[in-house]
Design a protein around this ligand. Structure first.
Ligand SMILES: C[S@@+](CC[C@H](N)C(=O)[O-])C[C@H]1O[C@@H](n2cnc3c(N)ncnc32)[C@H](O)[C@@H]1O
Length: 254
């Protein structure tokens, strides 16, 4: 059973019955029940394993590198957090993590993971749509990992711009995703062909399963800069450590 409530009586009733409890701030828009869970239990269960297989560990590595820049005591919003494996280490260090996802199945996995680590008490779980956050909510860090690639080139900048409004001045925007494709010389053009093919494979599979947008690779750091963010640190990650550097993490300031 999964319970989304901000009411303390419901909390204790659910807890006694062994429910997975999700703290929902009443101001967050609830999508559970209102919309189908496009990820669902099967994809939520397989997601992390598939990501590791596909990238040879690069996806996990770039997510962990990015969040190491968030300091203890800061409040960080993890947007479209999925099973939130990268939250464990910051939570242990005392970062106040807010995990937001629109998929109850994904959020359940995140909750189980943090419950096993005995740290779920330090985390708030929010079931809702990242495009409709309450305007007054501000964070010291906004972490956006492999979420913006679910939106097409037209809507992605709007989504990122609205997330930036929830970052306090001087706060950190932490991005991890596919590295931008840079065409140029003939060798680079051949490289970008394979990079685009590699990027497109999950794009099409996820679009079939979840209805997410299909689009060419984004240039996230460029779009974030055009929205007023400044690059603080960046690192690229090689597929399976020795392959091409097709993943990246960017830490930015607002
Ligand atoms: C590609 S997965 C990435 C998950 C996680 N960030 C990771 O890197 O493992 C995208 C996630 O975004 C969530 N999501 C998609 N649209 C969303 C929305 N509008 N609001 C909040 N979460 C959303 C999905 O449920 C899914 O968990």
């Amino acid at each position: 059973m999964i319970v989304a409530t901000s009411n303390h009586d419901s909390f204790w009733w659910a807890r006694k019955r062994g429910a997975i409890f999700i703290h929902m701030e009443s101001t967050f828009p609830v999508s559970a029940g209102a919309q189908p869970d496009t990820y669902g239990t099967v994809l939520a269960t397989a997601y992390d394993g598939l990501a590791t297989l596909y990238s040879g560990g690069a996806i996990g590595a770039c997510k962990h590198w990015g969040v190491s820049h968030i300091s203890a005591g800061e409040a960080a919003l993890f947007v479209g957090a999925g099973a939130a494996a990268e939250c464990l280490e910051p939570v242990r260090r005392g970062v106040r993590c807010h995990i937001l996802d629109s998929s109850p199945a994904m959020l359940r996995r995140a909750h189980r993971r943090l419950h096993r680590s005995k740290h779920e008490g330090h985390v708030q779980f929010h079931l809702g749509d990242a495009r409709a956050l309450p305007t007054h909510k501000m964070y010291d860090a906004v972490v956006v990992h492999f979420f913006l690639n679910t939106f097409c080139q037209q809507s992605m900048p709007r989504v990122l711009a609205s997330l930036l409004t929830h970052l306090r001045p001087g706060g950190l925007l932490v991005l991890a995703d596919f590295a931008p494709v840079s065409p140029g010389t003939e060798t680079a053009t051949a490289g970008s062909f394979w990079q685009t093919l590699y990027h497109d494979l999950p794009m099409h599979l996820f679009s079939q399963w979840t209805g997410s947008d299909v689009h060419p690779p984004h240039d996230l750091p460029a779009v974030a800069c055009s929205l007023g963010a400044t690059l603080v640190a960046q690192r690229t990650f090689r597929v399976a450590r020795i392959g091409p550097a097709w993943f990246g993490s960017w830490v930015m300031n607002k």
